[in-house]
Design a protein around this ligand. Structure first.
Ligand code: MYR
Length: 282
């Protein structure tokens, strides 16, 4: 048992086997269909979610974990850990970070550190996995936090939403006012700036968006000795596999994974969305 417990929210979408192997505790966000609330990963799988999306007339919404759930999780972990490091999705798109901070203030006898990943999905997962691996080797909280801060300048993610109206409707698209009317019809490349989602480049088609994202990756991947890359998809595994295969061939030094936009993020991006995230190690 390591001294430092690692906690993440569900939107890092780290598979359960990996969470078990690395001792990662997951706190789920919720997806809400009408009057039914599902904790993602626990009450609804990604497959069930996308199937339900097709049947439903009223689109789902999402909500952050309750303060009580965070407090309960922290109380439990505080029994046998001196420190708890919590890695959340970006504070600019969800209240999860703030709720974790408020819950941490309710727990005594343990140092709780809340880290804003400023991103989400398996890219947030890069931070979580690194922290968990360090915790397992006995690293202390200060060392792990320093590593997480250092990683921020090496982590990138660009993505496109198949249907921008979901992001717009949920109020999670910033800086698009100037061309929002036309933009709902097109596939701009999106990214995070100051914790928020903003358009990076306005392109018309998915093909062009993916080509742009690959070009942005190339700037880093061609000079990297080691790089982790994740191709993220919203219920579009074939699309992701094609991109991943191409990247594996082009960058033999890279670890290329496929990951997904689960229920909460899928609610905001829609089915068919894709993204690429990477973390340059050297
Ligand atoms: C909540 O209700 O608190 C959750 C809100 C989640 C908003 C998600 C917006 C899309 C994020 C895309 C992340 C792409 C990462 C590569």
């Amino acid at each position: 048992m390591s001294k430092v417990a690692i906690v993440t929210d569900s939107t890092s979408y780290i598979p359960e086997e990996l969470r078990k192997q690395y001792g990662i505790t997951m706190v789920p966000l919720n997806v809400v269909f009408g009057d039914e609330t599902f904790k993602e990963e626990e009450d609804i799988t990604t497959e069930e979610f996308y199937a339900k999306m097709k049947e439903t007339e009223k689109l789902p919404t999402t909500s952050q974990p309750s303060i009580g759930l965070f407090e309960e999780t922290f109380q439990e972990l505080s029994r046998d850990h001196e420190d708890i490091i919590v890695i959340t999705l970006s504070s600019g798109i969800s209240g999860t970070y703030q709720t974790a901070v408020a819950a941490a203030n309710m727990v005594e006898n343990t140092n709780i550190h809340i880290f804003d990943s400023e991103i989400s999905c398996m890219v947030q997962g890069f931070y979580v996995m690194e922290a968990a691996k360090l915790a397992q080797t006995g690293a202390d909280a200060k060392t792990i936090k320093k590593k997480l801060e250092d990683m921020k300048s090496h982590v990138y993610a660009y993505f496109m939403a198949d249907d921008l109206s979901h992001l717009h409707r949920g109020g999670r698209l910033n800086g698009a006012q100037l061309f929002i009317g036309s933009m709902l019809q097109i596939k701009p490349v999106l990214h995070f700036e100051d914790q928020k989602i903003v358009p990076y480049e306005k392109v018309r088609t998915e093909k062009k968006a993916v080509a742009k994202i690959k070009a942005l990756l190339d700037e880093h991947a061609k000079s990297a000795q080691t790089i982790s890359i994740t191709v993220i998809h919203g219920n579009a595994p074939e699309k992701a596999e094609t991109i991943a295969e191409e990247l594996r061939e082009k960058y033999p030094q890279a670890d290329v994974y496929i990951s997904h936009f689960g229920p909460v993020i899928g609610t905001h991006l829609g089915e068919g969305s894709v993204g690429i995230g990477w973390c340059k190690h050297s």
